[in-house]
Design a protein around this ligand. Structure first.
Ligand SMILES: O=c1ccn([C@H]2C[C@H](O)[C@@H](COP(=O)(O)O)O2)c(=O)[nH]1
Length: 319
């Protein structure tokens, strides 16, 4: 028998992150059933399939309803892709400690992806796709039963990713056991699609679709009203990011530069380096230097400039 949670859980393909996000909000509000894991009331839809057809359009930006911190989106993606589990990520999101505790996050995806018992899964998957372009074995695994079937804080929500090269385009399927639409999906989408684009570049393919298979797609009760507002959003879609590419052999060195906020001479990467450097200046209280550093034309720098303006406007209203 089909329960209401399972009915019609396919969310139609969306071209942009904004459309995917609003569609997910609408679906959970319309079809979600109440449940309260860990005592926190949510509405939940079980078994959803989402699809983003343009993975370059990866930044959710629906002012004034949902405004992400672009610096955290960039920092978290680079932190994961570089394989880091270091606590520097807390510098980009002071709320993170409430979810994962202080110190190195135990469920960090990066070390699992880049050094799983000595295996760099990115490299293995890249080689599998190069050796047999039709392969169905290009699997990245994150969830580790040896560590994660435990009653602890910060159990990975992303189980893993798979890749399929078909007709010259690389498609990616992400599986999550648990996805908070409001706080998790925009950031998870950002990282996953960046990985898809980079992997496509490493094997000489075009970027295909991002498929997202979610067991529990949910919204926490305090966010229901805000999520409802997204249905009224009709603004322009945020500018898609410029194509990002880097050869596999140079990947880690380039990432280290960008994470450190050093420009590398390629506009798309320099946009991300500027965001990293600018946010660090902002946190140190050097507001003018932060705004100057985020003054470039890149879409993430532009988003950070808007975020700074919003923060200042809020601070002025509060004072
Ligand atoms: O990458 C992540 C990590 C966590 N969460 C959300 C999903 C849940 O709301 C919460 C984790 O709670 P449990 O599923 O572990 O109870 O965090 C995400 O959406 N994405």
């Amino acid at each position: 028998m089909t329960s209401p949670q399972h009915s019609d859980s396919q969310i139609h393909p969306n071209a942009s992150a904004n459309e995917l996000f609003t569609a997910a909000c609408a679906r959970v509000l319309a079809c979600g059933r109440p449940t309260a894991p860990r005592g926190l009331p949510t509405r939940e839809v079980l078994g959803s399939s989402l699809r983003l057809t343009d993975p370059h359009d990866r930044f959710v930006d629906l002012p004034p309803h949902r405004v992400l911190n672009p610096a955290f989106a960039v920092a978290e993606a680079l932190w994961i892709l570089s394989g880091s589990g270091e606590p520097w990520i807390h510098d980009f999101n002071s709320s993170l400690a409430a979810y994962v505790g202080h110190g190195p996050p135990r469920g960090a995806y990066g070390p699992r992806l880049r050094s799983w018992m000595g295996i760099d899964q990115f490299d293995q998957v890249r080689r599998l796709l190069l050796d047999d372009p039709d392969t169905r074995r290009a699997v990245l695994t994150i969830f580790d039963p040896a560590r994660d079937l435990a009653d602890e804080r910060d159990i990975p929500c992303t189980l893993g990713h798979r890749f399929f090269l078909r007709d010259g385009r690389l498609h990616m399927v992400t599986s999550m056991r648990s996805q908070d639409v409001w706080r998790g999906l925009p950031y998870d989408l950002f990282t996953a699609t960046l990985l898809l684009e980079l992997m496509a570049g490493w094997i000489g393919a075009d970027t295909g679709h991002w498929h997202h298979e979610v067991d529990s797609l949910h919204l926490y009760e305090p966010e229901h009203d805000s999520a409802r507002q997204t249905g009224r959003w009709h603004g322009p879609t945020a500018a898609p990011m410029a194509p990002l590419a880097v050869g596999w052999e140079s990947f880690d060195a380039l990432l280290a530069q960008v994470i450190a906020g050093r420009r590398v001479g390629e506009a798309a990467w320099d946009d991300l380096a500027d965001v990293m450097a600018s946010f660090r200046l902002w946190r140190r209280g050097d507001r003018d230097a932060a705004r100057e550093r985020a003054g470039g034309p890149g879409p993430m720098s532009a988003a950070l400039t808007r975020w700074f303006a919003l923060r200042l406007a809020r601070a002025t209203r509060a004072s």
